[in-house]
Design a binder for this molecule. Sequence first.
Ligand SMILES: N[C@@H](CCC(=O)N[C@@H](CS)C(=O)NCC(=O)O)C(=O)O
Length: 214
Amino acid sequence: MTDFTIVLGTRIWSTWSMRPWLALRRTGASFEEVVIELRRPDTRENVLAVSPSGFVPLLIDRRSDTPIKVWDSLAIAEYLAESFPEAGLWPSDPAARAVARSVSAEMHSGFRPMRMAMPMDLFAHLPGQGIDSEDVAADIRRIDQIFCDCRTAYGQSGPYLFGHFTIADAMFAPVVSRFRTYEPALTGIAARYVETMLADDGFIAWEEAARRAL
Ligand SMILES: N[C@@H](CCC(=O)N[C@@H](CS)C(=O)NCC(=O)O)C(=O)O
């Protein structure tokens, strides 16, 4: 048995599972996965059997005698950053780190209109659909601004939001998938960042696993 198990929801839909999975993969730790199929009659029962919140993702850390359970995507990402400081899951510069935490929290708690109107469906291609209200358009504009601001201010050392891959990239990865599916108009810097994430090893590995499960 490996030190870590991550419990995920169906890969094509589960944005909240994708985020900490990408962060966990970046740590280089070996881990097992349990996938609970969403949108089934027994989903709730199956999730509640392992997760106290009734939601996935959930991380189980068995490195000590008493396994530690961590639930909620951002809490898992924070736990991994603390457990694997060498993975650089947050930027080392305090100012950059503060912004990375802020945009990650903004993603975690916000963009509800966009999330509702443009659900992640990993392999779907629905250009123009979902972008049906000013609230959705405002969310897209704000995300475009985040991508541009982070890339411009902090992204000089590499292609990710803060140069190297951080939790902020993991938090926005499902948005990148949505942007590929629904094709909203983006500014140049944001569009290039989307291309970077679509070519990311972890993103591709997530897609390959999702495809195998179809
Ligand atoms: N705030 C939570 C949200 C988790 C969440 O909504 N997970 C969904 C799957 S993506 C879930 O577990 N749904 C349970 C169900 O469908 O019964 C997080 O960030 O992890």
